[in-house]
Design a protein around this ligand. Structure first.
Ligand code: HEC
Ligand code: HEC
Length: 392
């Protein structure tokens, strides 16, 4: 009798201990998902660009400044609280169908907000049909259209599309709104950002767009040299001879011995100015991916894709819309000797005889061009806390 009572106690004790242990584990898990946000929000709203970004250099064919190319709409200016909310949404895995994927899964801070994989892994193990894109300097794309094929007409429209993509996050917008509503940490963030706790699609879209537009790069070795020089074409005192040679090749026109890269990757933000998507000679014909041709339902756009910013290009490998090149050396060799004669090939890449250009760069010139591209790396971007994961 006594023995069996002891046994009952022992069993009971075991359950109590197990229960306490379980509870503790649960608490730990919850704790590990808490948000780590500063009491005073980070500064996202003041754009502290060095003066070379906003002062045009005289006597150049193309504008160097970013004046007039910012695609921020007047009804969605960046606020510190708005971008803070955007940061939390950007890193929140609960916003995918099985809570495994966030925007940041495919736009990784350490990879220049792109993905180091050729194609990215969606929530259910599927692969995206194109290579992920960098989000750096998204605000300086004057046309304000997004995706490789430019199918989104604004950033506000774009940021809601990955949630609904059947491969990427697999949600409906209604599910996204409901999930956001049911997380206690969002009430205060919405109130700070928009004045009330109401959650809706428009607010989610605005906050995400604000966060992305805040990601701007301006403290690379290029910027250091540029701020000590009168123009991008001058010899930068902080550059090696090789880097200065590479810079000349990047900026000079082809008849002047350059490679005219600046013609398409232009301004101090190294983005494309108008006129929109270009064909940079990757293929002879377009077969599986028609690019902008499908979006604008017009064969003159076939094989044309958005020109991305080259800032931090060293971090965003692999390259191009299909991630076909794994190194900058391969990219440079493409422009040097690999341009294909596609019907929509950009006129900038066709020579006087109507053939695809051949740059005929020497090995040391190609090395120099790569060395220059690496001066566009801004290491602060990789570690800046305001753009990092706020969930611990
Ligand atoms: C599963 C991977 C994946 C996830 C998750 C994902 N993206 Fe993307 N993102 C991509 C790919 C791939 C592209 C290019 C697709 C294309 O052009 O067809 C892209 C393109 C973009 C672009 C276009 C950039 C430009 O310059 O045109 C933006 C902006 C963007 N994503 C933001 C987001 C946001 C915001 C989220 C979360 C709501 C998100 N992404 C979630 C893979 C992903
Ligand atoms: C006619 C316009 C044009 C010129 C000139 C041009 N590019 Fe590009 N560049 C593009 C386009 C368009 C893309 C995207 C193409 C794609 O993915 O289909 C691109 C993509 C790139 C990429 C990959 C970007 C990424 O995010 O994957 C790099 C690197 C690059 N170019 C470097 C250069 C260099 C270096 C030069 C000079 C030798 C140059 N470009 C000249 C239009 C141009």
């Amino acid at each position: 009798m006594k023995r069996s009572r002891n046994l009952v106690y022992a069993v009971l004790c075991f359950f109590v201990i197990a229960l306490v242990a379980c509870e503790k584990e649960e608490a730990n898990e919850q704790e590990s998902m808490t948000l780590d946000l500063p009491i005073i929000p980070f500064d996202y709203s003041s754009l502290n660009l060095p003066s070379h970004f906003t002062i045009d250099v005289g006597g150049q064919i193309l504008p160097t400044s970013i004046n007039g190319i910012d695609n921020t709409p007047t009804d969605n200016l960046i606020t510190d609280d708005g971008a803070t909310l955007g940061r939390v949404l950007f890193y929140d895995k609960k916003l995918s169908a099985n809570q495994t994927i966030s925007c940041a899964s495919c736009h990784k801070q350490e990879n220049g907000f792109s993905d180091n994989e050729i194609l990215s892994l969606g929530f259910d193990g599927g692969l995206t049909s194109r290579h992920s894109m960098t989000l750096i300097n998204a605000r300086f794309y004057q046309r304000g259209r997004f995706f490789w094929d430019e199918r989104a007409s604004t950033l506000e429209e774009q940021v809601l599309m990955p949630f609904q993509d059947p491969v990427e996050m697999g949600m409906t917008l209604e599910q996204v709104v409901n999930t956001v509503q049911s997380q206690s940490y969002y009430s205060e963030l919405f109130e700070n950002a928009f004045g009330t706790q109401e959650v809706n699609e428009e607010r989610i879209s605005k906050a995400l767009a604000q966060f992305i537009r805040s990601i701007v790069s301006y403290s690379s070795r290029y910027d250091e040299g540029r701020s000590l020089s009168n123009s991008p074409g001058a010899n930068f005192p902080n550059f090696t001879t090789e880097e200065n040679l590479g810079k000349n090749i990047f900026f000079q026109t082809i008849p002047n011995g350059g490679a005219a890269c600046f013609g398409c990757h232009t301004t101090e933000a190294f983005v494309s100015a108008n006129p929109g998507p270009q064909n940079n000679g990757l293929d002879v014909i377009s077969t599986t991916d028609l690019g902008a041709g499908e979006v604008f339902a017009n064969p003159v756009f076939e094989g044309r894709f958005k020109t991305t910013s080259l800032r931090n290009i060293e971090l965003t490998a692999p390259y191009m819309h299909d991630g076909r090149f794994s190194t900058l050396e391969e990219v440079v060799e493409h422009y040097n000797s690999g341009i294909q004669n596609h019907p929509t090939l950009s006129p900038a890449l066709i020579d006087d005889n109507g053939n695809p250009i051949q740059l005929n760069l020497t090995q040391s010139e190609k090395d120099a061009l790569v060395a220059f591209l690496k001066t566009l790396t801004d290491n602060s971007l990789e570690i800046e806390e305001k753009w990092s994961d706020p969930f611990n």
